[in-house]
Design a protein around this ligand. Structure first.
Ligand SMILES: [Zn+2]
Length: 57
């Protein structure tokens, strides 16, 4: 289970920017996971997928 610290940031492999957790775009996951507990974080600059994170309790 990959829980994520809200203070985390992610390095975008595509555009090289560092994206804070709060800045990342959140979208539904591709794999049919429950969107209330799993979200995909995407780079707000280039739209690349950064990480799929667990956002439930
Ligand atoms: Zn990017």
């Amino acid at each position: 289970m990959a829980t994520t610290d809200p203070d985390d940031s992610f390095d975008c492999d595509t555009c090289g920017r560092t994206v804070a957790f709060d800045e990342a775009r959140r979208t539904k996951t591709m794999g049919g996971l429950d969107p209330t507990t799993w979200q995909t974080l995407c780079c707000p600059h280039c739209g690349s997928r950064l990480k799929t994170v667990y956002v439930g309790d």
